[in-house]
Write a protein that binds this ligand. Structure first.
Ligand SMILES: NC(=O)c1ccc[n+]([C@@H]2O[C@H](COP(=O)([O-])OP(=O)(O)OC[C@H]3O[C@@H](n4cnc5c(N)ncnc54)[C@H](OP(=O)(O)O)[C@@H]3O)[C@@H](O)[C@H]2O)c1
Length: 408
C-alpha cells in the first residue's frame, strides 16, 4: 500500500442512513468505485443500489433476504451472513472498507480488514466501544509498518490513517489534530446537540418514541437518534474518542452546543483551542474519511456564520440524562463494561421503540447491566468472549425488562 488515495470501496450497511449518504458521496466522486455492498434485510434498496453502482458482490444478513433480491443485475455474486462480510472486507480488489452498520456485527470484518492491511473508515462506534482494545493495536501496527518502510509522515503513517473516524465529532477532532502532536493535547471537547429534551418535558417519563425520534439538528437512523436523546450516544462517543486518540476519558469533556455547528474541539497545552465547524451533514465527514488527506469539492454548503448569528454552549444535565455518567463509569471499568453497555443499550432502545420500556428506563437498564456484568471479570475480553458476553447481556436485559425490574 502506498499513499495513493484509496479508490475501491466495500460499503457495509449500504441501506442505512450512513450507507445511503456514503453512496451519495461515492457516486459523485469519479475517483471512487464501489466493489462490494453489504446490507441487512432491505433487499429492495440493495437491488436499487446494485443497479446504480454495479458492485462485484453483495452480502445480506440472511437467506430470506437473499431470496428477495429480485432484479439484481446478472453476474453480481451474493453472500450471506457474517462470514461473507469478512470475506468482503479482505478482498484483494478492495482498498477501503466503510462501516455503516450499527451494533457489533462489523467487529469481525473490521479486525479482518485491518489484519489484511485494508484502510477502514467507520461511522460505527460500537466496534470501538466493545473492541477498541482489539482494533487499535492493529491500526497502530499498520502505521508502524508503513513508517518503517516509508519514513515518518504520510497519510498512512498514523493509526488514524488506517482507522478513519466518520462520526462527526471524531472527524472534527481528527481534523483539529492534523499536523499536531498528540503529546501536546490537554483535553478533547466533544460537542452534543443536547437532543430534543434539553428544555423539557420536566418528567421524561412522558416521552414517547415519536417525540424522541425528532432530533433537532441531525437526520440519522432510529437507534442513534434515541441514543442522542438520552445522551447515551455522547457517552459512547467519549469511549470511542478514548480509543481513537489514546486520551483517558477524564480528559474528554462534553459540552452541549444546540446549533451543532461546532462539531468538536481540541484544547492544547499552550491554551490554544482548535475547533472544526461545518453544516450538520454526515456527507462531509464521510467524504473526508474517503479522500483524506485531500479535500475534494462537495455538494454541502459551508456554514454561514452571519446567518447562524450565535453559538451557545452549556454543561450537560447529567441528573436528567444519567446515561452519560453511566458510560463514563463503564469506561473507567474497562472493555468488558463498555461492551456490556452497548449490548444493554441495543435492548433498551429496541424496547423503548416497541413501547415496552420508558425513556428513563433506558438509563436504568444500562446502569443495572453495567453493575451486574461489567464490574468484574477480564476487562480486555477476546473476540470470542465479547460475542458470548453480548449474548448473555442481551438475554439478561430482555428478562429484566419483562420481569419489570427496571422502571417501565
Ligand atoms: N446516521 C448517522 O448520521 C450517524 C452519525 C454518526 C454515527 N453513526 C453510527 O453509524 C452506525 C450506523 O448508523 P445508521 O444511523 O446509519 O444506522 P441505520 O440507519 O440503522 O443503518 C444500519 C445499516 O446496517 C445494516 N445492517 C443491519 N444488520 C446487518 C447485518 N447483519 N449485516 C449487514 N448489514 C446489516 C442495515 O441494513 P438493513 O437496513 O438493510 O437491514 C443498514 O444498512 C451506528 O453505529 C451509528 O452510531 C451514525
Amino acid at each position: 500500500m502506498t499513499d495513493a488515495a484509496p479508490r475501491r470501496v466495500a460499503l457495509l450497511g449500504s441501506t442505512g442512513s450512513i450507507g445511503r449518504q456514503a453512496i451519495d458521496v461515492i457516486a459523485s466522486d469519479p475517483g471512487l468505485t464501489v466493489v462490494a455492498l453489504a446490507a441487512g434485510r432491505n433487499a429492495a434498496l440493495l437491488v436499487d443500489q446494485a443497479r446504480l453502482l454495479r458492485p462485484v458482490r453483495v452480502v445480506v444478513a440472511d437467506d430470506a433476504t437473499r431470496s428477495a433480491l429480485d432484479g439484481l443485475p446478472a453476474g453480481i455474486e451474493v453472500g450471506v451472513g457474517e462470514s461473507a462480510l469478512v470475506e468482503l472486507a479482505v478482498r484483494d480488489d478492495v482498498d477501503i472498507v466503510v462501516i455503516g452498520t450499527g451494533g457489533i456485527v462489523s467487529l469481525r470484518p473490521v479486525l479482518a480488514a485491518l489484519a489484511a492491511g485494508k484502510i477502514v473508515a467507520t461511522a460505527n462506534k460500537e466496534t470501538l466501544v466493545a473492541g477498541g482494545h482489539l482494533v487499535m493495536p492493529l491500526a497502530r501496527r499498520l502505521a508502524d509498518a508503513y513508517q518503517a518502510e516509508h519514513g515518518p509522515g504520510g497519510a498512512l503513517g498514523t493509526a488514524l490513517g488506517w482507522l478513519r473516524p466518520i462520526d462527526s465529532e471524531h472527524s472534527a477532532i481528527w481534523q483539529c489534530l492534523a499536523g499536531e502532536d498528540l503529546e501536546s493535547v490537554d483535553r478533547l471537547i466533544l460537542t452534543a446537540s443536547g437532543g430534543p429534551f434539553r428544555e423539557g418535558p420536566v418528567d421524561l417519563g412522558d416521552v414517547t418514541p415519536a417525540m424522541a425520534l425528532r432530533h433537532p439538528t441531525w437526520t440519522m437512523g432510529a437507534k442513534i437518534t434515541i441514543d442522542s436523546a438520552t445522551l447515551a450516544n455522547k457517552g459512547l462517543e467519549v469511549i470511542e474518542a478514548r480509543w481513537l486518540y489514546d486520551v483517558s476519558p477524564d480528559r474528554i469533556d462534553v459540552v452541549v452546543h444546540p446549533q451543532s455547528v461546532v462539531h468538536s474541539a481540541v484544547l492544547f497545552r499552550d491554551g490554544s483551542l482548535k475547533a472544526q465547524l461545518g453544516t450538520p451533514d454526515m456527507r462531509l465527514p464521510i467524504q473526508y474519511a474517503l479522500t483524506y488527506p485531500a479535500r475534494h469539492a462537495s455538494r454541502v454548503a459551508g456554514p454561514d456564520l452571519l446567518a447562524i448569528g450565535r453559538l451557545d454552549f452549556a454543561s450537560p444535565d447529567v441528573s436528567r440524562f444519567p446515561a452519560l455518567q453511566i458510560a463514563r463509569k463503564a469506561a473507567r471499568l474497562g472493555s468488558r463494561a463498555t461492551a456490556t453497555l452497548i449490548a444493554a443499550d441495543e435492548v433498551a432502545v429496541a424496547r423503548f421503540l416497541a413501547g415496552t420500556l420508558s425513556f428513563p428506563g433506558i438509563a436504568g437498564l444500562l446502569d443495572q447491566a453495567v453493575e451486574r456484568f461489567g464490574a468484574s471479570g477480564d476487562q480486555e475480553p477476546s473476540y470470542a468472549d465479547l460475542v458470548a458476553l453480548d449474548a448473555e447481556v442481551r438475554a439478561a436485559c430482555q428478562t429484566a425488562v419483562i420481569a419489570g425490574s427496571v422502571a417501565r
